[in-house]
Design a protein. Sequence first.
Lengths: 131, 369
Amino acid sequence: MSKSPSPGDRKFTKTHEWVKIEGGKAIVGISGHAQEALGDITFIELPAIGKKVNKAESCSVIESVKAASDIYAPVSGEIAEVNTSLETAPEVINKDPYQRGWLFSIKNFDAADVSGLMDAAAYDAFVESEK
Amino acid sequence: MQAGMNKTFLYNSHLSLNAKMAPFGGYEMPIQYEGILAEHFATRSKATVFDTCHMGEFLIAGPNAAQDLDKILSCPVALIKSGQCRYGFICNQNGGVQDDQIVYRLEENIFFMVVNASTQDNDFEWIKSNISPRTSIKNLSRKTGKIDFQGPLSVKLIKQLLRNPIDDLKYYHWMHNFYNNKKVLLSRTGYTGEIGFEIYLDEKQTKSFWDDCLSLGAKPAGLGSRDTLRLEMGYPLYGHELGQSRNAAESGYARAIATDKQFIGSHVVLDPGCAHDALCGILIEGRRAARNGDSICDAASAVIGTVSSGSFSPSLGCAIAMGYVKKEHSGIGTRLVINTGKARLSGTVTEMPFYKQATARKKLSDFLR
């Protein structure tokens, strides 16, 4: 497992998604820990733009060679953008989970949903406690 | 680690290589080191080593050993010469598959057999109860190390570790050779589709051979890539494509089944009327994988079969699967839909192997230049 701390400029869920607020949108990805645990990612199903999503509900599916996992919306809102480049190159999520490997962004979200999430230190402690 | 799990002779090596470990066949085994895709491609284009010490090895000997094994195995045994080995099934009375194995003829009356880890105890008892009084069987598993050295560069690399020349070793043949002045058994076999070897050594030599392979530049590869590699070749995996209640003939592995002899279960296996399903290769549109147990449907959504194995294929860049469907739906080119529960995946019955560029059957000398 990677020992480097998670980036401090975003929040994290217990289901291992990250959220970064930028330009009024909540950008969502999966954590470095999550991509490492999944192993080589081979497929992603992204949500449709405009889709309404609810916090903690499955809105995307990610597959590695060995397993399939749901991605849960960290906040409620509406899908604004999706990272379509991942559809042909999902391995980017492994290589760069916090930048080029972003999955989708959510607009019209409730700021209170974000403040209830873990910061990087709390998330790293949570990951440690799950081992 | 789960309690009660066995460890192979290389267990500590896997830990020091930071392998992801998981239970398989009663053993704590490495699933991956660097990553399944990297290990897959290293096997196809360079050289990798797999720890296969978990597998079972038996020595079967006696004046009637060949005849006895001909009764127990689906493949021809008496016909094979010393120096050859054959893949075949151990069938039950109903023509189902108790295990798949490779049998080596060491001498006229001495045979060596390699079987799966999880089935080895059952296999041993089954063979013991079906051999004649003058035939003996000995379980060598606990003292025998086994490493699969696979990939186009494995030929040049393994040559550096062995005393005697290997240049004339043909596909599905074996030879005795010497590593560190100790006798080893080397066969040109494997489970990846690439040219390569399975080597059987004394437990004390196993770690040093593994370390030598790595220092020569072979990458360690785990069960994850072993599975994607074998699936691309359409090779069966016990518990998926093969099982006690599945007629061996339905697997379609005709080369493993002799039609000119009787063996346990042959009254079912050799009766075409008993084969209702056929194992198919399915090429799926897109990257999303089907998995073991998913249902296979025809164009009208009627269920016609079940997926036995499925994965993303690293070499093809799309998902592939194997599954059993009713015979009449098994023709090459038949369009199918796989229902994964979450998604419906379109696919086409296709010829296996899925991956056509594998090197296993090529001339060994081509890899020594």
